[in-house]
Design a protein around this ligand. Structure first.
Ligand SMILES: [Zn+2]
Length: 254
């Protein structure tokens, strides 16, 4: 028989880990909630970004250690942000010189572009450290992956040119051509295929970082990126979301 499990997404207040521990125990005592997903924001913040990340990881380890004796308590992690949700608008949360996503209206967002090896290494190191703590699960939140109409950064523009045989020199040129495309146009399909593959490639790297620590650690992706409306009418072929096989080992629907 299928059975629902309720995962309590719990903020991890790095400055008050005692409160976090008490709160988990209180929720369990009062409501019977015994599956916890600590919410860790890992979108780069501050400079260098590794300082804030290390503080967040240290607080998580401290809380996990404090709860180690609580029997049958399931502790996982919601990696609540990687590329970034974009809630800060274009305001940059770090001065790290890593590539930002360039949207199809030419705006440089605060979201990180997965084309940048330095940013991917930053995330992969964090994921590896999290996996090493043998959490019950990792859940990568829905800011992961390129959304409809992304990305027009120099690396992705060059990739589009190489794949589509075009010579777009600026994001505006590529955006104009894509906006004029019909839904069957090979240029649009090439753009969409690259967008999806970029997300999937990063998802596979994340799975690899977990496997290097412990292949038994479950990892899933949260949400459905396909719900994001295309910007400026650019048609979206399908969800950018990585296939479950890219990132997961075990279905949560058991
Ligand atoms: Zn890019």
């Amino acid at each position: 028989m299928k059975k629902f499990k309720f995962y309590t997404v719990t903020p991890l207040f790095t400055e008050n880990t005692d409160f976090v521990v008490d709160n988990v125990r209180r929720l369990r005592r009062e409501a019977g909630l015994d599956c916890v997903a600590f919410c860790l924001s890992m979108h780069p913040r501050g400079t260098p970004a590794t300082v804030q990340a290390a503080a967040t990881l240290a607080a998580y380890r401290k809380v996990k250690q404090a709860l180690a004796g609580d029997r049958d308590l399931e502790i996982g992690v919601l990696v609540q942000s990687t590329l970034g949700h974009g809630w800060s608008g274009r305001r940059q949360l770090t001065d790290e010189p890593w590539q930002r996503i360039v949207q199809n209206d030419g705006a440089v967002s605060s979201r990180m572009c997965p084309s940048d090896d330095r940013f991917r290494r930053y995330i992969l190191d964090i994921v590896g450290e999290l996996a090493a703590t043998k959490p019950s699960f990792l859940l990568i939140d829905d800011d992961f992956g390129l959304r409809a109409g992304e990305c027009f950064c120099p690396a992705h523009l060059a990739e589009l040119n190489a794949s589509a045989g075009t010579q777009f020199k600026t994001p505006a040129e590529a955006q104009a051509a894509l906006a004029a495309c019909g839904q069957a146009d090979p240029l649009l399909w090439t753009f969409e295929a690259l967008r999806i593959e970029n997300s999937r490639r990063f998802a596979r790297e994340i799975r690899g970082a977990i496997d290097r620590q412990d292949p038994a650690v479950r990892c899933a992706s949260a949400g459905a990126n396909s719900i994001f409306p295309p910007r400026r009418g650019l048609w979206s072929m399908s969800a950018t979301w990585p296939r479950r096989a890219d990132i997961s080992r075990i279905s949560f629907a058991s």
